[in-house]
Design a protein around this ligand. Sequence first.
Ligand code: DC
Length: 234
Amino acid sequence: MNKYKRRLNSNCLPVIAIDGPAGAGKSTVARLVAERLNYIYIDTGALYRALTYKALQKGIDLRDEKALSDLAANTNIRLLAENGAAQRVLCDDEDVTYLIRTPEVSRYVPFVARVPGVRANLVRIQREMSLNGGVVLDGRDIGSYVMPDAEFKFFLTASNRERALRRQKELAAKGFQTDLIELEKEMIERDLLDSQREVGPLVQVPDAVVIDTTTMTIEEVVYKMLEIINGGEK
Ligand code: DC
């Protein structure tokens, strides 16, 4: 609360951090909250996905931390806001918005995201984009590491089955047919990798508002978050 006031007094708009495991609904609600507040939405997972896409394209050995760190240092990834909230992802000027959402990229991204040199570069981009506030970031380590002084922190969760169901629907809409049990298994494995890595792990900070979205509609989650943000309560 004190930090909130301090930033508002210095004419800085608030930063909203949304963390949680895959499929908890983070990106959908983050986009909507940003839209309603006229803030910029920063999909931090898209940065890790874009770099993973490039590493796979170049045939880089994903166990080679130095090669991945060098790649991160020499890749220009940009998130372009469109209509206030939606965004395109550019990787060295190639539009990779859709190419980074394939099951292949999803499978390999934790191996890239766990490399300290990769995270250092991508965290720098996230902090630069958040400098003036008025941003909604979704990811795994936003409230704990990227923006620890964010005015509002949320941690979204949902049951494993519900998260897998959501991801299955999302993939089906893009033309990928997947097995639910396999998807759930893969998701749990990915969460484990994201939670157990040494740098920037998925973590629920004590000052985050936890929202279990299992039985909630998107609109209900957005409403609850806006109520907290507009009410200024933590
Ligand atoms: O949210 P997502 O599924 O698009 O994230 C893709 C991967 O990137 C996932 O394995 C977690 C990782 N990630 C991360 O390590 N840190 C972030 N801030 C965001 C995503």
